[in-house]
Ligand binder design. Structure first.
Ligand code: PMP
Length: 401
């Protein structure tokens, strides 16, 4: 049966993690994976998560029965409220609901599957560059074609706003546009509030369907409201849209696969039919989601004291990352490394495009044991006070050679 099966390409980030783990060099540094690390370079289970897990373990009224197909409703309500804000007109007029899905990826997949199979959408647009999984998710969900819209300008190491607007203006009506809600992965570059307004004008003019991907709320700036700005703006402008929320990064719940697909529909009478179609999609895909992570998030979001502890944790993580941006830039400037490194502190969130090209990035891995994607993307969370100077020297040698 299997003799005709072709070897597929490796998933770059997971291949790098494997290579890093097998590398015996003492000073090796992993800047590939998008996961938070402490200043000691260790993974971090948030204290509020540990606290809630202990409570859940001791709660005899909880059991392991199936959740409903669309997940734990109290979780998806709390997640939707967190995204849109309690004063959101979409929430007040009952135009929004959430579906618990398998982290950000699963939320994107369920939403994309609905758009392709129920609404018959054929074309999706993604930023150039984007998180590489968007393509696979949307293609596998049934979309016929993915097209790029310009996003990154290598010469300014910032947003190619004119290119973005031009490409969206040329998009066929009814196309779906994937938008990163905040902390764009991989570039670390977001539109300004004024630019978001211009983007929304084009989306309206061309009747495109916005699909937000929100993987970093609170994690980017340390402020939950600020990071939800774009999504909330679209809601207040009366758009119908989807938003895939991940709690992997901001709760450190990577492997628990906690996510929520927020759906905003202008006519609430259409919600029961819409939910029924989502129910069929999920039923045929994985039947129903797991409960553990959703219970943790719901417990924190619904308790003001735990919520404020979580907000403190988010600030701890985001400010450590912002600090590492500064330290890396300072070290490169101190070394007089050729080029302008100011983009490192202008970027936001976990990632930055360093500007290193493919050959230079591979050189960093081979010669210096500093693991980063071929695109030159680095995860700031992998830096810490003990390795930042080593990384700066590696970049210096690489771009000078
Ligand atoms: N979207 C973007 C842009 C991401 O960076 C990530 C995480 N790398 C995700 C979605 C989803 O991740 P997960 O499925 O782990 O929640």
């Amino acid at each position: 049966w299997f003799s005709e099966v072709e070897l597929g390409p490796p998933v770059e980030v997971f291949a790098l993690i494997k290579a890093f783990n097998e590398d015996t060099f003492e000073k090796k540094v992993n800047l590939s994976v998008g996961a938070y690390r402490t200043a000691e370079g260790k993974p971090w289970v948030l204290p509020v998560v540990r606290h809630v897990e202990r409570k859940l373990a001791d709660n005899d009224s909880l059991n392991k029965e199936y959740l409903p197909i669309l997940g734990l409703e109290s979780f998806s309500i709390a997640a939707t409220n967190l995204l849109l804000g309690l004063d959101s007109p979409a929430l007040i007029s009952k135009k929004a609901f959430g579906i618990q899905c398998l982290s950000g990826t699963g939320s994107l997949r369920v939403g994309a599957e609905f758009l392709a199979r129920v609404l018959g959408k054929k074309i999706f647009y993604y930023s150039k560059p984007t998180w590489e999984n968007h393509l696979l998710i949307f293609k596998n969900a049934g979309f016929a074609e993915g097209r790029e819209y310009r996003y990154w300008n290598p010469s300014t190491r910032g947003l190619d706003f004119d290119g973005l607007i031009e490409d969206l203006k040329n998009a066929p009506k009814d196309s779906v546009v994937i938008l990163h809600a905040c902390a764009h992965n991989p570039t670390g570059t977001d539109p300004t509030p004024e630019q978001w307004d211009q983007i929304s004008d084009v989306i309206k003019e061309r009747t495109l369907f916005p699909f937000f991907d929100c993987a970093y709320q609170g994690f980017a700036s340390g402020n939950l409201e600020k990071d939800a700005f774009a999504v909330r703006r679209f809601a207040s402008l009366g758009f119908e849209f989807f938003c895939a929320q991940s709690f992997a990064k901001n709760f450190g719940l990577y492997n628990e696969r906690v996510g929520n697909l927020t759906v905003v529909i202008n006519n609430p009478e259409l919600i029961p039919a819409t939910k029924s179609q989502f129910t069929l999609i999920v039923r045929g895909m994985y039947s129903n989601p797991p409960s553990h992570g959703a219970r943790i998030v719901e417990s924190v979001l619904s308790n003001p004291e735990l919520l404020s502890q979580w907000e403190d944790h988010i600030k701890t993580m985001s400010s450590r990352i912002i600090d590492m941006r500064k330290q890396l830039r300072e070290a490169l400037e101190q070394l007089d490394t050729p080029g302008d490194w100011s983009h490192l502190t202008k970027h936001i969130g976990m990632f930055s495009y360093t500007g290193l090209n493919e050959i230079q990035s591979e050189h960093m891995v081979k010669k210096h044991h500093v693991y980063l994607l071929r695109s030159g993307r680095i995860s700031m969370a992998g830096l810490n006070p003990s390795n930042v100077y080593y990384v700066a020297k590696a970049i210096h040698e690489t771009v000078s050679s």
